[in-house]
Design a binder for this molecule. Structure first.
Ligand code: SF4
Length: 206
């Protein structure tokens, strides 16, 4: 669940002093997805590239550790926080253990967040690295694929160190960010975050 109070209280940036936002590189259109694509097109994230009051820092942690294209990986036995605690593993679709490489990737992302003094991260949800609201539990290619509420390894690493993370599907939170970036932006009061959509409520019984 996103911290909308944090977003409301964020400073109003200027061109000379832009808000520093870490963005999953694929959300910016970089073809760093496992299959060598950008994992689709997400206008909610691409819009962030249009504001001159935002400094967008793009990074793909999986590409950093594993290159592109690469196998698809998911978290087994917990979520990203559990991986960082040594209680869960990151395995590829063919069973290769990528746990260590993913932790290295998360530390690189943390290093960038600290170096760039990031004020917010907008990351691709459901990814074993970048997910912040929902991730798969086990292999997503299983016939009975299972979702869990939780974070990917790199998002969890950032949040463990106090960074705020939202996803490209947290539309209400993004509206707040747009309005910070451009005070003339009219907030869409009907926009909702990922945890408020009917699929999420029905699937997780919330
Ligand atoms: S690791 Fe993150 S940035 Fe890289 S492709 Fe996956 S979701 Fe996008």
């Amino acid at each position: 669940m996103t911290d909308r109070n944090y977003l409301k209280q964020m400073r109003v940036p200027t061109v000379d002093s832009p808000l520093r936002v870490l963005l999953s590189a694929c959300l910016a259109g970089v073809t760093c997805g496992y299959d060598g694509t950008a994992n689709g097109t997400y206008p909610s994230a691409l819009k962030l590239l249009t504001f001159d009051t935002l400094k967008i820092v793009k990074f793909c942690p999986e590409e950093f550790s594993f290159g592109s294209p690469r196998e698809m990986c998911d978290i087994h036995g917990g979520d990203g926080y559990d991986v960082l605690r040594g209680k869960a593993k990151v395995l590829t679709e063919t069973g290769a253990d990528w746990t260590e490489g993913m932790i290295v990737a998360s530390l690189k992302m943390l290093e960038i967040a600290i170096k760039e003094d990031i004020e917010l991260a907008v990351l691709m949800d459901v990814s074993a690295a970048c997910g912040s609201q929902v991730v798969y539990s086990g292999n997503r290619f299983d016939t009975n694929k299972v979702y869990q509420i939780g974070a990917g390894v790199c998002a969890a690493q950032l949040m463990n160190h106090g960074f705020k993370v939202i996803s490209q599907r947290d539309f209400a939170s993004l509206e707040l960010l747009y309005s910070k970036a451009d005070p003339m932006h009219l907030i869409d009061e009907k926009a909702i975050d990922h945890h408020q959509i009917s699929w999420y409520k029905e699937y997780f019984g919330e």
